[in-house]
Design a protein around this ligand. Structure first.
Ligand SMILES: Nc1ncnc2c1ncn2[C@@H]1O[C@H](COP(=O)(O)OP(=O)(O)OP(=O)(O)O)[C@@H](O)[C@H]1O
Ligand SMILES: [Mg+2]
Length: 189
C-alpha cells in the first residue's frame, strides 16, 4: 500500500485551504486539516489571549497527523503542517502587498495582518521547514488563482525535474518590502 503525505504550509492567510480544496478533488486525496484537529481537540492547544492564536506542540501535531493517515495520498493543511512527518513540504508564498489583500478578505485585525506579513517577509515558514530536513518546494502564488496554483502543485509533485525548479530559498521579499518591517503597512495597531 502506498501512503504519501504532502504538507501544504505557508504564512496564515496565504491560501492553503483554498488550494487544498482543489487538490482534494484533483488528486483524490485524504485531507488532514490541522485547524479541524485543534477544534476537535485531537491536538492539544493553549489559547494565547494577547496574540489571539492557538499554541500547539510539534510533537502533538506529529502524533495526531499520524493517526489520520489513510492509504493513498494524504494532504496536511495548516501553517504548521511542515512540522508533521511528510514526504514533501509545499510552501505557498505570496508577495506581501498582495498577501495583505488576502488577509483583509479574511477580516483579520491589523495586528494579526502585520505580524503575519512580517513572518512572510522573514521567511519564517521556510526556515522552520528547512529545520525539519524534508524535501521542500516553494510556490509563489502572487499572480495566480487558487485553481492555477493547485494545478501547478499537482504537476510539480509528479515530476522530480520540476521540483528542482521550485527550490526553497529562491523567493526574497526583503529587497522590496523590508520597510514593512519597520513601518507597519496596515494601520490600527
Ligand atoms: N492564488 C491564490 N491562492 C489561494 N488563495 C487565494 C489566491 N488568490 C486569492 N486567494 C484568496 O485568499 C484567501 C486565502 O484564504 P485561505 O483560507 O485559503 O488561506 P489559508 O492559508 O488557508 O489561511 P489560514 O492560515 O487562516 O488557514 C481566500 O479568500 C482566497 O480566495
Ligand atoms: Mg486554512
Amino acid at each position: 500500500m502506498i501512503m504519501k503525505v504532502i504538507a501544504i504550509t505557508g504564512t496564515p492567510g496565504v491560501g492553503k485551504t483554498s488550494v487544498v480544496k482543489i487538490l482534494k478533488k484533483e488528486m483524490n486525496a485524504n485531507i488532514i486539516s490541522l485547524t479541524s484537529l485543534v477544534k476537535e481537540k485531537k491536538i492539544k492547544s493553549d489559547w494565547d489571549k494577547v496574540r489571539m492564536i492557538n499554541i500547539v506542540d510539534a510533537k502533538d501535531i506529529r502524533t495526531a497527523v499520524r493517526k489520520e493517515i489513510k492509504n493513498g495520498i494524504n494532504i496536511v493543511d495548516g501553517h504548521l503542517s511542515h512540522l508533521a512527518k511528510a514526504n514533501i513540504v509545499v510552501i505557498l508564498r505570496c508577495r506581501p502587498d498582495v498577501l495583505i489583500k488576502r488577509m483583509k478578505k479574511k477580516k483579520w485585525k491589523a495586528e494579526k495582518i502585520n505580524e503575519n506579513i512580517q513572518a512572510e517577509i522573514l521567511d519564517v515558514i521556510s526556515i522552520e521547514s528547512l529545520q525539519q530536513k524534508r524535501k521542500i518546494i516553494e510556490i509563489d502564488t502572487t499572480k495566480s488563482s487558487a485553481k492555477k496554483t493547485a494545478l501547478l502543485i499537482k504537476r510539480v509533485l509528479n515530476s522530480s525535474a520540476l521540483q528542482r525548479k521550485y527550490p526553497v530559498g529562491k523567493i526574497d521579499w526583503t529587497r522590496k518590502f523590508s520597510h514593512y518591517l519597520i513601518n507597519y503597512p496596515v494601520k490600527g495597531c
